[in-house]
Design a protein around this ligand. Structure first.
Ligand SMILES: C[S@@+](CC[C@H](N)C(=O)[O-])C[C@H]1O[C@@H](n2cnc3c(N)ncnc32)[C@H](O)[C@@H]1O
Length: 269
């Protein structure tokens, strides 16, 4: 079942790239000239990533990996879509970056070593897998103790609600514990048409991290709302329902030893 889902979603993402989606937009030369500004949005990486080993997870598309490479990190990018990875390879050739590209699924990363990375960053993508805990387990395995996991997810309430307003409001269409792939939605900028998407409740998105020996250091709701936006648009819906949640979590130094913020400071990436 797992393999079938990732294979299906890989084909969908290959198609999304061919359609010229913004998710496959490469980092511009202007953005690459000041990478720290773009990777340190919430001041979660105050000391930068120079010389650090960074995994850009499910982050193909030619934006994230080149940004971290431009900031001086030693970058690996893993993605299930070969077309997305091709964007990173093109950027590496164009700008002379060394970026290791791995084609694979985020729930099983046998090519990556235990405790290999200082930082794992992951843009919105856990909605494309059914078993969130397998992902968290793998991220914990490949992160060094004290390493950071910066991840963004779709908010469960956003996945529960209808794409378009009815009688001026967005309605809850799906149960909080919806099981299996969510029904297909057409024309919504909050969902990827054709992709199999899964709703993970907060107790798994946040609590699942704690149960896999992470300490959550910060949580944000990236703001995309605009009161003047036309009804039904991405920005209009985002005014009522924040679409994403961004999490800064740190792998505990040792699952049996209590987390020490003083020690963590010295390891800050
Ligand atoms: C929303 S895009 C994120 C990357 C994008 N460049 C951006 O601008 O943020 C989601 C990514 O997750 C990848 N993906 C989906 N399912 C995956 C899986 N099971 N394992 C690894 N990557 C996966 C897709 O191929 C896609 O590149």
């Amino acid at each position: 079942m797992m393999k079938k889902i990732s294979k299906h979603n890989a084909q969908v993402w290959d198609r999304i790239v061919a359609q010229g989606s913004g998710f496959a937009a490469k980092a511009s030369t202007r953005v690459l000239s000041d990478p720290h500004k773009h990777i340190n949005i919430y001041n979660w990486l105050p000391q930068g990533v120079h010389g650090r080993k960074v995994l850009c997870l499910a982050a193909g598309g030619g934006k994230h990996a080149p940004l971290y490479a431009a900031a001086g990190a030693n970058v690996t990018v893993l993605d299930v879509s070969e077309a997305m990875l091709e964007r990173d390879q093109e950027m590496a050739r164009q700008h002379g970056f060394s970026i290791r590209c791995i084609h694979g699924c985020m729930t099983q990363m046998p090519l990556l070593q235990d405790a290999e990375f200082d930082l794992v960053m992951q843009p919105v993508s856990a909605c494309y897998i059914q078993e969130l805990d397998l992902l968290y387990q793998e991220v914990a395995r490949v992160l060094k103790p004290g390493g950071l996991y910066i991840v963004q997810h779709k908010q469960p309430v956003s996945l529960q609600c209808g794409a378009f307003p009815k009688q001026g409001a967005y309605w809850v269409d799906h149960e909080a514990r919806h099981k299996g792939p969510l029904p297909v939605v057409r024309g919504s900028e909050h969902r990827e048409e054709g992709a199999l998407e899964f709703l993970h409740p907060l107790e798994d998105l946040l609590g699942g991290l704690c149960r896999r020996s992470f300490v959550i250091e910060d949580v944000r709701e990236p703001w995309h709302g605009k009161s003047t936006a036309p009804a039904g648009s991405f920005f209009h819906r985002s005014q009522s329902i924040p679409p994403y949640i961004a999490i800064k979590a740190r792998r505990r130094m040792d699952s049996r030893i209590a987390f020490s913020p003083i020690l963590a400071e010295t390891l800050d990436v």
